[in-house]
Write a protein that binds this ligand. Structure first.
Ligand SMILES: NC(=O)c1ccc[n+]([C@@H]2O[C@H](COP(=O)([O-])OP(=O)(O)OC[C@H]3O[C@@H](n4cnc5c(N)ncnc54)[C@H](OP(=O)(O)O)[C@@H]3O)[C@@H](O)[C@H]2O)c1
Length: 317
């Protein structure tokens, strides 16, 4: 099949494009051509690369037509962030694609209620990003179920892989947190350290895209979480990282209002975003309907990403 991937050279595309090529698809990779995938792979030589700036083309009203002109059987949209953007593309592709896969986020859920959170739970998103992604999901599901637009949605957790800094045990992205734990230095965590994060290896997101395509009739008009089998607490995560370096985690726990003053404003904001969600999502639906089998636990995924940071001297232990 001819598969057009919009936003093809990022975290997920790095794994997804080689998997699609190996499956025998005719792959078209759309991006602005400003960056390369995180890892080279021979499969990229078999891909048609198309340079399109979505933002500029949407402003001109031409983006949907550009994608339609690529004559896709399947479109995988990795970079849709507003309802307006989703509507523009769907209107252009209605009746012209066999399957449309949209990348959402587990932040379509607000704070967790009954955990693990299932796809069926009512959406209570907060923050512009989650609110827009939830609106896109509601729109696509309605289009699929009422009008037969062939949409399926996958909602990743925090994406991890070699090549970039994973969400750390303090709930932000400063790699210094890993260094402190590896050296056996004290680390302060907010509250009791019992709020959760839910990672997913980028390759497992690539896997679910293949499974959604392979199980089209089960996946049409459906959303799927794509996360590791289990969420982890900040405390447990910190203890595991310290243990990888033969250390016992020296943790100190501070109430949020005190803790936030121990980090930069940007780090505090990132942590707040993550722990206010404290995701803990179920993958039972994807396992049941798609036979999704994540290769990585959260800690395995982070371990691999951390090894990459060390070997490539991005952090020094
Ligand atoms: N990061 C996370 O932890 C996380 C968690 C949950 C959900 N998600 C979702 O994951 C999706 C992002 O996937 P990703 O992390 O694989 O992507 P990514 O690493 O951010 O890469 C973005 C891709 O899109 C291209 N791109 C960016 N702006 C573009 C534009 N205006 N026009 C055309 N191409 C453009 C980039 O290449 P160029 O720069 O060369 O154009 C690149 O190929 C989003 O929908 C996000 O909501 C992410």
């Amino acid at each position: 099949m001819r598969v057009v991937v919009i936003g093809a050279t990022g975290h997920v595309g790095t794994y997804l494009i080689p998997r699609l090529v190996e499956e025998g698809h005719d792959v078209v990779a759309v991006s602005r051509s400003q960056r390369e995938p995180y890892q080279p792979h021979g499969a990229w030589s078999k891909v048609t690369k198309v340079t399109i700036d979505r933002t500029a083309e949407e402003a001109a009203g031409t983006f949907g037509q550009r994608i339609r002109d690529l004559k896709p059987d399947v479109v995988i949209d990795m970079i849709c962030f507003t309802l307006e953007s989703a509507k523009h593309l769907v209107e252009a592709l209605q009746g012209h694609v066999q399957h449309f896969l949209h990348c959402g986020t587990i932040w379509v859920h607000g704070p967790s209620v009954v955990v693990p959170t299932t796809e069926e739970q009512p959406r209570r998103p907060f923050g512009e990003y989650g609110i827009q992604k939830a609106a896109i999901e509601a729109y696509l599901l309605d289009k699929a179920r009422r009008e037969g637009f062939p949409a399926s949605i996958f909602h990743p957790g925090h994406i991890v892989g070699p090549g970039w800094v994973p969400l750390n045990p303090a709930g932000h992205f400063n790699p210094e947190v890993f260094v402190r734990l590896a050296r056996g230095e004290e680390l302060a965590l907010p509250n009791f350290g019992l709020e959760t994060v839910h990672h997913i290896h980028a390759d497992d997101i690539a896997q679910i895209c293949q499974k959604i395509m392979a199980n089209r009739s089960s996946a049409l008009g459906e959303s799927f979480h794509v996360v590791s089998p289990n969420a982890i607490t900040l405390r447990g995560y910190a203890e595991a990282v310290a243990g990888w370096f033969g250390q016992e985690a020296k943790l100190r726990f501070l109430p949020w209002e005190e803790w936030r003053n121990t980090v930069s404003e940007q780090e505090a904001q990132a942590t707040w975003d993550h722990i206010a969600h404290s995701p803990n999502c179920s993958i039972a639906k994807a396992q049941r309907l798609l036979n999704f089998q994540p290769r990585y636990s959260s800690l395995q995924a982070v371990y691999e990403a951390l090894q990459w940071l060390i070997v490539n001297k991005k952090i020094e232990i």
